[in-house]
Design a protein around this ligand. Structure first.
Ligand SMILES: Nc1ncnc2c1ncn2[C@@H]1O[C@H](COP(=O)(O)OP(=O)(O)OP(=O)(O)O)[C@@H](O)[C@H]1O
Length: 303
């Protein structure tokens, strides 16, 4: 099974949102990484067949998805950045409605919904209106609707946005299991969410796919460029001006341990560290601030 993205382009007036992107997705979890505006959402919408490419094609096992019609809908699941629902829908009503739209056989619907509600810890709110749920719960309802038809190809745009650390860990385990024999494409700003589960990654910059590979292959590009050391806290501001500091942690005695990207050690006593996907991301996108939920989770997981 493969989903082949062939020289895909999307032009919005004078903006090339996706520029000649080619990528062959095979079973497993794929991370789609890119800064804001890189073109991830536009690419995913074309893969979901809800946006027409200006040029190029997406082919599922050799057939253009635009020619597949309902057959593609049956094997495809999509979590858009904002999924639409009527304000009056309860979680259960909404999932039943989506199941019917997706042609899930009526006799299987209840079991499938209950299973997803349980795994996504939504069982307690199944009779609540979606509009009244927290952001993280709404996101999980979105994940459930995308997975109702047990899709062969599952595309999720920022699925972990708004999930708390525990929910993210459960999500990752669930997706890892689910991805066996299926293609799962996930875009996220929380790099650590992808790092743990992605079989492969595609990196997108200014509409182009600039790198594709397994995490260990990709991070080889910055081998010897990630450093760690401990410095006096009072010197931190000075180093922040000169170095690309990825992470910092206050230690006892007014010290701070830092992790930074540099061609050379720059600070005496610094040692090289094993590069991670987040380091690579910051190498590609130096202006991005990844000081977000993902870092908090990673620190917790290290301890
Ligand atoms: N309908 C549209 N009309 C005009 N420009 C658009 C449209 N949709 C997206 N763009 C532009 O295309 C570029 C890529 O946008 P896109 O939303 O695909 O990026 P992204 O990587 O998903 O970013 P984010 O992470 O912020 O969602 C951006 O410059 C965006 O402003």
């Amino acid at each position: 099974m493969e989903l082949k993205i062939e020289r895909l382009c999307k032009q919005f007036k004078d903006k090339k949102a996706v520029d000649d992107a080619s990528l062959t997705l095979t079973p497993g979890v794929w991370g789609l990484l890119g800064a804001n505006g890189a073109g991830k959402t536009t690419l995913m919408r074309m893969i979901a067949n809800v946006m027409t490419p200006t040029r190029g094609a997406v082919c599922y096992d050799g057939t253009d998805i635009r020619k597949m019609g309902e057959t593609y809908r049956d094997i495809f699941g999509f979590l858009p950045q904002d999924f639409g629902y009527s304000r009056d829908f309860t979680v259960k009503d909404y999932l039943e409605y989506v199941a019917a739209l997706k042609g899930v056989p009526a006799r299987e619907t209840e079991n499938k919904i209950n299973h997803l509600l349980e795994v996504l810890t939504l069982s307690d709110v199944k009779r609540k209106k979606i509009a009244k749920l927290s952001g993280g719960m709404k996101r999980r309802v979105g994940i459930a609707q995308a997975m109702l038809n047990e899709p062969k190809v599952l595309v999720m745009d920022e699925p972990t946005a708004g999930l708390d650390p525990g929910e993210r860990v459960r999500f990752r385990n669930f997706i890892s299991e689910f991805s066996h024999d299926r293609i799962v494409l996930i875009s996220t700003h929380i790099v650590s969410d992808i790092e743990y589960i992605a079989t492969r990654n595609a990196i997108m910059k200014a509409g182009k796919i600039v790198d594709i590979g397994r995490t260990d292959e990709l991070v080889r590009a910055i081998e010897g460029k990630v450093w760690t050391c401990t410095i006096p806290a009072r010197d931190l501001a000075g180093y922040e001006m000169r170095l690309r500091i990825i992470n910092q942690r206050s230690e006892d005695n007014g010290q701070v341990s830092i992790r930074y990207l540099s061609e050379k050690p720059e600070i005496s006593g610094a040692v090289t560290a094993q590069p991670r996907l987040e380091d690579l991301y910051l190498w590609y996108f130096p202006q991005e601030n990844t000081e977000c939920e993902g870092n908090a989770l990673r620190e917790g997981e290290r301890n």
